[in-house]
Design a protein around this ligand. Structure first.
Ligand code: F0G
Length: 354
């Protein structure tokens, strides 16, 4: 039995910007499940796979980049890491900082972060600053502070370390499938993940470990779709709070991934996102957070409009765990039955014959 000890301690280490002097700050991130979706495959006539990034230690793909960024920050002697976040980056930065014995400061848009993510950052001991603005304001401030104070910025902007770590998702996918898929669908917020995933596939081509590249299909929420509109959105709005970003820091990288791959970045409505969120839980047993479902929503939209040829192999990134945002799950309302402690009463509630 082989054992997994995280990305820096894996065979992928050779493609990560670390040296023998870099301490491996790891929570054994990576090596996440790649599940075939029988439901989505039947629905689309394609082979559809789900890359379940919620299975990472803090519940999102952010851990792939954070292990590298915080390891290198620790190596450089940093005492404090700082980031702006819609929630997941802050949870991940706080966890890896705790593991490394560093302080973490996280800037989040006030009142706009899912409960689970805030709960994580609190418990990992981060200093939390709720900024009365958008994620984009938080990022501007975090960059400013890092430029003028002794704090290490661990956002992917200007931090190739994060993107280098996030590339590993593509390595795992090709290693599992034996080659790259035809299409890779994923949600797009700040643009780092589509950029990193694309570069990961390119690395595997350069190393002769894949025979072709996928088309990258990125999806933004309709109310927060600057890359689709071609200009920043001042007041981004979507119930998928993780991707409520109006001015993506990795703008050029996202556009490059789209264009070089012959892919697209399109918008999906919140209704489509939440339909997909319910569907993947109900039919595949995967509870992913709402923003995570944008890739599925986009794929289904393309299929419905006749823009998806059958027979293709498709991978969809499910970027974060549904437990991050319990409110989103319960917002629909739900039914349950109240009973006494008598077995017969419970049997009646379940309509089981006496
Ligand atoms: N999915 C989830 C669950 C996310 O948290 C994010 C980004 C994305 C998708 C989009 O990835 O930004 O690389 O395009 N969350 C950032 C954060 C903004 O602060 O946690 P991206």
């Amino acid at each position: 039995m082989s054992t997994w000890h995280g990305l820096i301690n894996s065979g992928y280490r050779r493609w990560l910007p670390v040296t023998d002097d870099t301490p491996a700050v790891s929570l054994h991130e990576g090596n996440t499940p790649l599940l075939r979706s029988a439901h989505l495959s039947a629905l689309t006539g394609c082979e559809v796979w789900l890359k379940v990034e919620g299975a990472n230690p803090t519940g999102s793909f952010k851990d792939r980049g954070m292990t590298v960024a915080v390891s290198r920050a620790a190596e450089a002697g940093a005492e404090t890491v700082i980031c702006a976040s819609t929630g997941n980056t802050s949870a991940s930065a706080a966890a890896y900082a705790a593991r490394a014995g560093l302080a973490a400061a996280v800037l989040v848009p006030k009142g706009a972060v899912a409960l689970g993510k805030l709960g994580q950052a609190v418990r990992y001991g981060a200093q939390i600053v709720e900024v009365g603005g958008t994620f984009d304001d938080c990022l501007r401030i975090a960059r400013d502070l890092a430029a003028h104070h002794p704090v290490a910025l661990v956002n992917s902007v200007g931090n190739e370390l994060r993107l280098a770590g996030q590339r590993t998702v593509a390595y795992e996918i090709v290693d599992a499938l034996g080659d790259a898929p035809d299409i890779h669908c994923l949600p797009v917020g700040n643009g780092g993940n589509i950029t990193a995933t694309w570069r990961g596939y390119q690395t595997y081509i350069a190393e002769n470990l894949a025979t072709h590249l996928p088309r990258m299909w990125g999806f933004q929420a309709a109310g927060a779709a600057p890359l689709v509109r071609g200009e920043p959105v001042a007041e981004p709005e979507t119930a998928a709070s993780a991707i409520r970003v109006g001015n993506p820091a990795t703008w050029d990288g996202s556009v490059t991934a789209r264009d070089e791959s012959g892919g697209l970045i399109a918008a999906v409505t919140d209704e489509q996102i939440f339909d997909a969120y319910r569907m993947v839980a109900r039919h595949d047993g995967v509870f992913a957070e709402p923003a995570s479902a944008a890739g599925i929503a986009g794929l289904l939209d393309r299929h419905r409009n006749g823009h998806l040829a059958p027979g293709q192999q498709i991978v969809i990134t499910l970027s974060g765990d549904g437990l991050k945002d319990p409110d989103a799950s319960l917002r629909d309302g739900y039914t349950s039955t109240q009973t006494s402690t008598a077995t017969a009463d419970v049997a009646r509630a379940l309509r089981l014959a006496a």
